[in-house]
Design a protein around this ligand. Structure first.
Ligand code: GLP
Length: 277
């Protein structure tokens, strides 16, 4: 089994207040400039490794960055020839082409405009006859083609990552998730034509094996969660807190999301970069 950058020593000695010192912070005035920086970072990752495996979250956090990456691809189309893309999670029970499916989101905002060929994209089925077997299929693919080079994440309202929901015991590897009421009220589902029965997601261990993690957080509605991530301890009740065990996390946030982080915490605890445009 591949080792992953999860360091129990780091976990045990992580400060109770303040972000891990190895994290990189990119604070932006708004979501648009944040998205621009993320798109530029993804292009940079592909420049340094053309066949990077990039695992994609869906939702409002990364949508604009994906659109800007597509816009960028027009100027440098060759850069995307060898990239490999992986879908982080999916709403189990929705048709794959449901307007709310993660598949539909990725195809619309990234895969179709980038003309990604089928062999360079791998994703969950959304209505598998046997969900456990589908998890096995995804696990086998990841064992063969992983680890993930770049993991793009949004921060759930309840602290989830992918569909790793708050719980006393996290499940490892690709798994079927019982979705929380908070996840089932996600705005993506407003346009759904079907009924979500469960979530399908990579596990926190899969995420923590990624070489680089990009966490995108924007808007005032995410401010309490970002504060919790920065000031709280590691707990499966707030799955994003497990990111504290990973050294190569880059947090891209806007001013509204960072508004509740106590004064001085970022400046004193980590290398913080400010981008104003
Ligand atoms: C959903 C998705 C996740 C996403 C998260 C945050 O549950 N399955 O992949 O990261 O919610 O979504 P948003 O960025 O819209 O807040």
């Amino acid at each position: 089994m591949a080792s992953f950058d999860f360091d129990l020593h780091t976990a045990a000695t992580a400060p109770a207040v303040g972000p891990p010192r190895d994290w990189k912070w990119y604070l932006h005035p708004d979501a648009e400039t944040m998205s621009r920086t993320v798109a530029a970072r993804l292009a940079d990752e592909l420049r340094s490794k053309r066949n990077s495996l990039i695992c994609l979250a869906t939702g409002s956090s990364p949508q604009r960055a994906y659109e800007l990456l597509v816009a960028h691809s027009r100027a440098e189309p060759d850069l995307y020839d060898q990239a490999r893309w992986l879908k982080l999670d999916e709403w189990g029970g929705l048709a794959i082409d449901d307007p709310a499916s993660c598949e539909h989101f990725l195809r619309r905002h990234l895969l179709t405009p980038l003309a990604v060929s089928p062999e360079r994209y791998f994703g969950w089925e959304s209505q598998p006859a046997d969900p456990a077997a589908e998890c096995g299929r995804v696990a086998a693919w990841l064992a063969q083609h992983g680890p993930i080079d770049v993991q793009v994440l949004g921060l759930g309202k309840n602290g989830h990552l992918g569909f790793n929901e708050p719980t006393s015991q996290l499940q490892s590897g690709p798994h079927v998730a019982n979705l929380s009421p908070s996840s089932l009220s996600h705005s993506m589902l407003l346009q759904s034509k079907g009924r979500v029965a469960y979530g399908l997601t990579l596990g926190m261990d899969d995420i923590l094996r990624a070489r680089q993690i990009l966490l995108l957080v924007s808007g005032p509605q995410k401010a309490p969660q970002l504060r919790q991530l920065v000031t709280g301890r590691i707990s499966p009740l707030f799955p994003a807190s497990l990111l504290r065990c990973h050294r190569a996390v880059s947090v891209y946030c806007d001013a509204a999301a960072a508004a509740l982080i106590p004064e001085g915490v970022l400046q004193s605890s980590c290398s913080s970069s400010r981008h104003n445009g």
